[in-house]
Design a protein around this ligand. Structure first.
Ligand code: PLP
Length: 455
């Protein structure tokens, strides 16, 4: 039994709940990524850096809701902000414009060099979708380009060439377009161009050949939150896209607030035309936002913004604004939590300590694997990293094939039993509330896990 279920002795209640869930929820999970064999661990409580499951096991949490919880679980300032907002307003949501939308927009404009105006959405997915539609409407060109292995949310237009294990196809310098899921209309395969990440020469060749039909490139400045774009790659990409009239969309759903408070664009000194945000921005509630250049963003203004309607009317062809909608967009409780989160991050020393602690954990882990003679490197930027059991540089997802994922997975299952939570093979996200003691315990657990496996 224990062999079949690497967790069974520890997570009986989780296993039982999962059996019940499977009867009413396909696969027992409400997002496929939340599945793990033999069953997910069902959580019941969280505090600070910790999660507690339905069997009363406590874990140091490095998943942090896929990076969203940069201040950990139940941070008092975030809680108070949400509660106070609801008390003050006497309701959860107005369903009308309100003051906080502008306050948070002003904050984002002050932090992100590429943001001059903001629209809110309810998820990162909706943010990248709106950014892509905005780019298509603004440029009038039919296709988008994305990088192989980059994830921008679970919808048809971007669920192409995402998964490193199954989707990497075609020549490395000219990747094929591979749908990530059944059910994606062929239209998107035909209207998407896949680019090779961190290969500027190959990227430039493709872009020069197809500039007339590409409205925008959407990219993660740090792929999967842990494989950074080379600086020279990024600088040249910005130059080429400007020259060719292709918009550059930074998907900072993961990197926003995690590399610097103002995202990857501050670190790379690049102004993208549009930026998608999410995760940390909601302080643990569902959220997304698109920010960008005023001239581009204003195409969604119903009153005409930069005179789009009146200009159209003058020459007799009234132009409609870009369609953007959402019942819960700009939810006041969510925005209050997000604003409180950003304010804590902006306090002197918070980001510095978070980045220093992440570096400490990474170097400690590298030392342990070295002591055990296991080829390993941590790959990351800012407060997210991944453990790669391989030597040699990791500059895109094809490089990830070098990694020993079998050993990594075995270690991850042992770590779960030792109270370290991340989904097997997932990246590590740090929070500002992980303590030095947490780091020590994590290092010790890795050492123990490796010893157990090698016994
Ligand atoms: N873009 C990136 C870079 C992401 O990492 C994610 C989610 O992991 C998304 C977009 C989609 O965000 P959401 O899950 O909030 O829809």
């Amino acid at each position: 039994q224990n062999k079949l279920n690497p967790l069974s002795r520890h997570t009986k209640n989780s296993a039982a709940l999962f059996e019940k869930a499977k009867k009413v929820i396909p696969g027992g999970v409400t997002a496929n990524i939340k599945y793990m064999a033999p069953h997910p661990i069902m959580m019941e409580k969280g505090h600070g850096s910790r999660l507690i499951d339905v069997d009363a096991n406590e874990y140091i949490d490095y998943l942090l809701c896929y990076g969203a919880l940069i201040l950990g679980h139940g941070h008092s300032r975030v809680y108070e902000a949400a509660m106070n907002q609801m008390k003050k307003a006497g309701t959860t949501i107005f369903g009308t414009p309100h003051r906080l939308e502008t306050v948070l927009a002003e904050k984002l404009i002050s932090l992100f060099p590429g943001i001059e105006m903001v629209r809110y959405t309810n998820s990162g997915l909706e943010a990248t979708l709106l950014a892509i539609r905005t780019a298509a409407a603004y440029t009038g060109k039919p296709k988008i380009a994305k990088f192989e292995g980059h994830y921008h949310g679970g919808y048809d237009q971007v669920l192409l060439s995402v998964n490193p294990e199954i989707d990497m196809a075609g020549d490395e310098t000219e990747p094929d377009v591979v749908p990530e899921s059944p059910g994606i209309p062929d239209y998107y395969r035909k209207n998407t161009v896949i680019l090779p990440f961190n290969d500027i020469d190959a990227t430039e060749t493709i872009l020069r050949n197809r500039a007339h039909e590409i409205s925008a490139i959407i990219m993660e400045p740090v792929q999967g939150g842990f494989i950074p774009a080379d600086e020279i790659f990024m600088t040249k990409l910005r130059e080429i896209t400007e020259e060719l009239g292709i918009l550059l969309i930074f998907d900072e759903v993961k990197t926003g607030f995690r590399l610097t408070v103002g995202g990857a664009q501050n670190l790379y000194h690049i102004k993208p035309d549009l930026t998608a945000l999410g995760k940390v921005l909601g302080g643990g509630f569902p959220v997304g936002a698109v920010g960008g250049k005023k001239e581009i963003m204003e195409i969604s203004a119903p009153d005409g913004g930069r005179d789009i309607l009146t200009a159209g009317a003058e020459n007799g062809s009234k132009k409609d604004p870009l369609f953007h909608s959402g019942t819960y967009n700009g939810h006041p409780t969510v925005l209050a939590s997000g604003l409180a989160t950003i304010e804590v991050l902006e306090e002197e020393g918070t980001m510095e300590a978070l980045l220093a602690d992440t570096a400490l954990l990474r170097s400690g882990l590298e030392d342990i694997y070295k002591c055990h003679d296991i080829p390993m490197q941590t790959v990351g930027k800012g407060s997210i990293f991944n453990i790669i059991l391989a030597e040699g540089s990791i500059r895109n997802y094809r490089d990830m094939a070098k990694a020993n994922s079998t050993l990594r997975s075995k270690i991850d299952y042992e770590l779960l039993k030792l109270g370290i939570y991340t989904k097997p093979l997932n990246r590590y996200s740090m929070s500002a509330v992980h303590s030095r003691e947490d780091i020590e315990r994590t290092l010790d657990a890795h050492d123990k896990a490796i010893k157990i496996i090698r016994k």
